[in-house]
Design a protein around this ligand. Sequence first.
Ligand code: NAD
Length: 268
Amino acid sequence: MRTVQQLMDLSGRVALITGGAGHIGQVIAAALLEAGATVALCDRDEPGLERVCSTLSSQFSSGELDYFRVDFLDENETRGLISKTMQRFQKLQIIVHCAAFVGTTEYPGWAEYLDRQSVAAWDAALRVNVTAAFVMTQEAAPVLKQQQGSSVVYISSIYGLCGPDMSLYEGTAMKHPAAYGVSKAGLLQLARFFATTLAPEVRVNAISPGGIWRRQPEAFHTRYKVRTPLGRMGVEEDLKGAVLYLASDLSSYVTGQNLVVDGGWCAW
Ligand SMILES: NC(=O)c1ccc[n+]([C@@H]2O[C@H](COP(=O)([O-])OP(=O)(O)OC[C@H]3O[C@@H](n4cnc5c(N)ncnc54)[C@H](O)[C@@H]3O)[C@@H](O)[C@H]2O)c1
């Protein structure tokens, strides 16, 4: 029987992490690098990728690290990411899809009051948040199936599970696009779809974080904390354990699940 240390060891595995220039993506990369994985980061923000790679390279000498620029609005670029990763590292066992249109994304018709939310923004968000996960997993399936320990993790959200409580946002400029939760709910079903269709070789799960503290307006922050059983917003570090668990052999018998990391927000 393997030890816990052996089960969480990702040495020799290659992980593709999307949204790698973002807040959560870079922390996920740090967690997987620390566990010994080789990491390919991707994002559409190339200067951000350079910055993150340079910081992570100075922190971890265990696994190799590289990045690819990609725009998930483009299907061909999204498909090409898998062959680029294979060309660079010759294998791929882990995909974490973290890139997304989020509340702060600037796009016409996105973070607007309901009457100004546009179909163009809805389409673009679904493309990045959920269609890209479908395309990458479809494209990577033959490769993932050939290798041991293949695991796909989609970063969803509590808003894929619950409707927004708009009273939290009152008196702030924060908006809540309908397509955000729709795309995140879609990811949960996509995880179940691939969990059953790519089994037994590939495991597919989701993580649903609660709100992460990013200096939101004080009124929102105070209400959010009161509404959360653990009495605080999340921080990026809260996701390290969840992603390492689902990406590694610690969760070898877990597939099609959604791990909610929300301080109890959805437990009421
Ligand atoms: N921050 C939160 O409170 C929170 C809560 C629940 C879930 N999440 C989820 O966690 C994930 C990461 O969120 P974050 O807070 O780190 O956000 P973030 O904005 O810091 O990171 C998202 C990344 O996605 C990239 N991206 C956006 N559009 C892209 C495109 N077309 N092509 C390629 N890359 C693109 C952005 O450049 C960015 O680096 C998201 O999936 C988000 O929905 C976040």
